[in-house]
Ligand binder design. Structure first.
Ligand code: ZN
Length: 140
């Protein structure tokens, strides 16, 4: 498999084809949008906080397979996490996709994005929804 083939692993294609939590979130407490003009990715990210916990996360928008799959997996990854845990997860994810992360620091599902570090232009795609999630958390 070439590096590019590896990047588009089936899990990414699956989340692109059938994104999870792909809807406007009713009762959302926090919202932010992310845009990546280089690629044309644009997503809205909604969170519903219960105290310090991210009870629900959802997103809507359009973008390339990497950005959409990443947003889909981001909403799954942060659900049920505390704000501090979600921020820490973002930091780990960002380290991994920029090639700064050590081995095995991420939940295994998110490891599929490790290959993105070989394609700098794709780093923005993979991190877009994560930046929006982090920005949404700044609202409070
Ligand atoms: Zn993109």
């Amino acid at each position: 498999m070439s590096e590019l083939d590896e990047l588009y692993q089936s899990v990414i294609l699956d989340h692109n084809r059938a994104p999870r939590n792909f809807r406007r979130l009713e009762g959302a407490t926090n919202h932010a949008e992310g845009r990546n003009p280089l690629c044309g990715d644009q997503f809205d990210v909604w969170l519903r906080l219960e105290g310090d916990i991210i009870a629900e996360a959802a997103f809507l928008g359009q973008g390339c397979a990497i950005s959409k799959a990443s947003a889909s997996m981001m909403t799954q990854a942060v659900k049920g996490k505390t704000i501090a845990e979600a921020r820490a997860l973002f930091a780990e994810f960002h380290n991994v996709i920029t090639g700064a992360g050590g081995p095995g620091t991420l939940p295994s599902k998110l490891e599929v994005f490790r290959g993105v570090s070989a394609f700098p232009i794709r780093v923005k795609c993979a991190s877009l929804s994560w930046h929006a999630m982090k920005q949404a958390l700044e609202e409070r």
